[in-house]
Design a binder for this molecule. Structure first.
Ligand SMILES: Cc1ncc(COP(=O)(O)O)c(C=O)c1O
Length: 877
């Protein structure tokens, strides 16, 4: 065998190398020598990027892929990393952004209620959304339970599935798994067997051949729960199993479900699939989906998730309860009520919150570099297919194949095959070369592959033809999983796996093939042209499409409740009282809109009423680098941003002291039809669909606030409904990005009263910050300010009419430390909360929420005007 450490192709020395290799073999004729040289050159030609491109057109992600790789993966220079199925590599920007995030923000334990804890909680919630979004589903359908990895997620299902052992009258549950499963799936058997539950291994052939034409359906009488587990992609061969099996099993059309009555649940092991492919849970409603995040972005490790279909979550039963999982429990008695929220219920103790935040940066980096999962799938499949074609056509000088490939198909399509090649090399006599020898040589060349059985004994036995008896004998011969005893009696105990990742390059394929040729091919190198031709024409059926478009991933954001509220309105008829007990008229003195949630007010004199409240009020919000909604609680300087809605030019102007004014269009319709990113965000626990307003606004905000942020707006066709519908209101109330209700109305007299109280209480530390009434009023961030009313009189109203527009009082507005932010300076004071809470015992409220009641057929738009008279109707109690 010729061992030569120089690169094999692309230069004159290649030919010399080939000649030398040939020369050390038994003497050949000159004609034979020149023939072998030309065959070698054939192979050299096959190993060019030009040939690759003729075979597969999807390479890289647009832009200069080589530059991106150089910038993001400088550490792998000189290394050919081909073990992505074990763990892919993180890009440098991921860890850089993560470190910046960690050094910029204070993340407390998410179970506390401090501002730092809220930040963690909100960011973790945002990551849950992002995970669901990535798999094209929603919190209404699935929950994300964070675990330490895929294996822990599998164990969680094994431990909490309601296994029923057989009884005299009932056959009991079945735990069924595809034999081509990872050890961590098969290992669930340890638990089920100990509970007397039958474990049924199912071979891929059985699954295909023993199906019923008709769906057997769920049995109404027999509700015995059964579980079928299968991998979405084999971690051994890269074979992708049909996702349609999920519905097939649930409907009891497929074996083994068609053979056993009861309720069938499906666990889809997606750990291997998700590193290079999308998974659409809309079309594949598996009940349990375990994953590990390092397989997707390389960082963080030690973190995975179990995605659970909400409809299936109810059957999982827990015995242990850890911190955070209980709604209530008694320490002195066996009393425990589990948390209502599915994620809370199963996440024992404190989740690995900093790692979870790392997932956000993982998604950011992955999408930034690749665009989407579909692109990754096309890129990696192309590399794997090309390597497969060449390796499986490669022959020794005597015409014998160099590799024995372990694959079911022939890399026809990325729908059925992932970016994994599994094989053993053979010598020119057809003898297997042990995987450990290949591994050692590969290490010498700095090529990183995986060898052995890959924690998938089922597939290993099936592909390598190892019987159970032989497995036992191999153990007796001293072979254990993961060791280097690669051949027993000349038979392989394992194989070699090469796997590609989103950042693999054509050079990786070249280097690997070069290595095989240099180290393991008896020269001259020949190619089985017939086979190669066949592979070339075996069209990748769905080349260019995988029928699983990945949902667009964007930087959504969430915002949790900033202000607690009490909703106590009731619906009654109107009376027409329009003055206070002193005969003063009730009037509307100020109208404010807050186009961007938590930013400064824009005062107007007359303003149209839109479907969600005052037109454009809280139509936009600012999210941080993790897509989490920023509020003044976290970023008081938001109040210094003074957005202005300029109706004549159809623009939202962004203004702030020291900054050039910029604008974004008001008309969101145009945005919808452009390539604007659609995000899912959170406002007060509600999911809202938003669109990103582009880089200019993002840069402007980031510049002003000194941290990465973006401006997003509510999608105009997205309806968010008010959670607490006031009693008596038939129709639902649609909301913008407000916290609670369409309008917030405060009473000037209440503000004046609080100001007076503050003046009396003023302590030394805040003596020089004596606030005036207007300053106090501005801190309560009302839409409507009214006058002529006794302090807090509005608390007792149920309805009112302002001008000609009818409103319903939807509850009182609870207050928190956010009123401490001086809206003129962005500084924080203890007042007016201190005086307000001293005056208002119990729930600290100030002002009331309103919902408009527009006539259904109102063609003429309502307009509110300063100076309008107000006619309130008090509660009748
Ligand atoms: C298909 C499959 N399932 C499960 C696992 C176990 O994942 P982890 O070791 O991250 O828990 C793996 C790991 O490679 C895998 O490929």
């Amino acid at each position: 065998m010729c061992l030569h450490l120089d690169p094999w192709w692309g230069s004159v020395c290649v030919c010399v190398c080939v000649c030398v290799c040939v020369c050390v073999k038994p003497l050949r004729s000159v004609a034979a020598l020149s023939l072998s040289l030309s065959r070698s050159m054939d192979f050299l030609k096959l190993c060019t990027f030009e040939t690759f491109q003729q075979l597969w057109s999807h390479y890289g992600y647009g832009g200069n892929f080589r530059d991106v790789i150089e910038q993001e993966f400088t550490r792998i220079k000189g290394i050919t990393y081909l073990d992505h199925a074990a763990a892919t590599l993180y890009p440098e920007s991921l860890v850089r952004d993560y470190c910046q995030d960690m050094s910029r923000n204070v993340y407390g334990n998410p179970h506390s209620h401090s501002p730092s804890s809220r930040l963690t909680h909100d960011t973790v919630e945002r990551v849950r959304y992002r995970v669901l979004q990535h798999f094209n589903t929603t919190p209404e359908e699935y929950s994300v339970i964070f675990t330490s990895g895929c294996t822990a997620a599998l164990k969680l299902v094994a431990e909490s599935f309601p296994w029923r052992p057989p009884t005299e009258s009932e056959a009991g549950s079945h735990f069924c798994y595809l034999t081509d499963s990872h050890t961590s799936v098969v290992g669930m058997r340890g638990l089920t067997c100990s509970r007397g539950v039958a474990a049924v291994p199912v071979s891929p052939q059985e699954l295909d051949n023993r199906t019923e034409d008709e769906a057997q359906g769920e049995d109404v009488i027999c509700q015995t729960p059964h579980l079928f587990c299968y991998p979405a992609q084999s971690n051994f061969s890269g074979k992708k199993y049909p996702l349609s099996h999920v519905k097939g099993i649930q409907a009891r059309r497929l074996y083994p479900a068609c053979a056993h009555k009861g309720r069938w649940f499906v666990l889809l092991d997606a750990a291997a699939l998700v590193s290079c492919s999308s998974l659409n849970l809309q079309t594949c409603p598996a009940d349990f989906i375990p994953i590990s995040f390092y397989k997707m972005f390389g960082f963080p490790t030690g973190l995975g998730a179990l995605l659970v279909r909400n409809d299936a979550a109810g059957i999982l039963k827990k015995t242990y309860f850890g911190g955070g999982t209980a709604a209530a429990y008694l320490s002195g008695e066996d009393y425990y009520v589990q948390a209502a929220n599915i994620s809370d219920r199963f996440e024992d103790g404190t989740v690995s919150f900093l790692d979870i935040i790392g997932v956000n940066h993982g998604f950011d980096a992955l999408y930034r570099i690749t665009g989407n999962m579909h692109n990754i799938q096309q890129h990696t499949f192309g590399l794997a297919r090309y390597t497969y074609m060449l390796l499986s056509s490669l022959c020794h000088g005597n015409g014998r194949p160099v590799a024995q490939m372990y694959t079911e198909g022939q890399f026809e399509s990325p729908v059925t095959q992932g970016a994994i090649l599994n094989f053993n090399l053979t010598d020119s006599k057809g003898q297997i070369i042990g995987y450990a020898q290949v591994d050692r040589m590969a290490s010498l060349y700095n090529i990183h592959v995986r060898t052995g059985c890959f924690c998938n004994t089922g597939a290993c036995q099936s592909f390598l033809g190892i019987t159970n008896e032989q497995m036992r004998r191999n153990l007796q011969a001293g072979h254990v999983c993961g060791d280097s005893l690669d051949l027993v009696d000349g038979q392989p105990t394992g194989s070699v796996r090469v796997s590609f990742g989103y950042m693999s390059t054509f050079e990786d394929c070249q280097k690997f093939l070069s290595f095989v040729v240099e180290c393991f091919v008896e020269k001259p190198v020949t190619v089985d042209q017939v086979r190669l031709q066949k592979l070339k024409t075996a069209t990748a059926a769905s080349r260019g499409s995988d029928n699983h478009p990945s949902p667009k991933m964007t930087n959504g954001g969430i915002c949790k409740v900033d202000e607690e509220t009490a909703t106590e309105a009731s619906l009654k008829g109107f009376a027409h009282r329009d003055s206070n007990s002193h005969g003063e008229a009730y009037t509307l003195t100020n109208i404010y809109i807050y186009p961007i949630k938590s930013c400064g007010a824009y005062e107007v004199h007359d303003w149209p009423v839109g479907p969600l409240g005052l037109l454009y009020d809280r139509g936009w919000m600012v999210v941080n680098g993790n897509g989490v909604c920023l509020s003044q609680k976290r970023e008081p300087r938001l109040c210094l941003i003074r957005p202005q809605v300029h109706l004549p030019s159809d623009k939202l102007l962004l203004r702030a002291s020291g900054m050039d004014t910029i604008s974004v269009p008001l008309q969101s319709k145009t945005q919808l039809h452009t390539s604007s990113q659609v995000c899912q965000s959170r406002v007060c626990g509600d999911r809202v669909e938003t669109v990103d307003c582009g880089d200019e606004a993002a840069l402007w905000l980031s510049d002003f606030l000194g941290q990465p942020c973006r401006l997003i707006r509510q999608r105009p066709d997205f309806t968010r409904e008010m959670k607490k519908r006031p009693s008596g209101v038939a129709a639902t109330t649609s909301l913008s990005l407000v916290n609670e209700a369409q309008y917030l109305m405060i009473n000037r007299a209440s503000g004046e009263l609080i100001h007076k109280l503050m003046s009396c209480r003023q302590d030394d530390s805040e003596a020089n910050q004596l606030l005036d009434t207007e300053n106090v009023i501005s801190r309560f961030r009302a839409n409507l300010v009214i006058a002529g009313v006794e302090p807090f009189e509005e608390d007792n109203w149920s309805h009112l009419i302002i001008g000609s527009t009818q409103f319903l009082v939807a509850g009182r507005c609870g207050r928190c430390q956010m009123v401490g932010v001086d809206q003129d300076t962005g500084t924080k004071t203890k007042e007016p909360l201190t005086s307000l809470s001293a005056y208002r015992t119990g729930k600290i409220t100030f002002g009331v929420y309103l919902t408009h009641q527009l006539p259904e057929d109102s063609a003429a738009a309502c307009v509110l005007s300063v100076g309008s008279l107000i006619k309130p109707e008090p509660h009748s109690c």
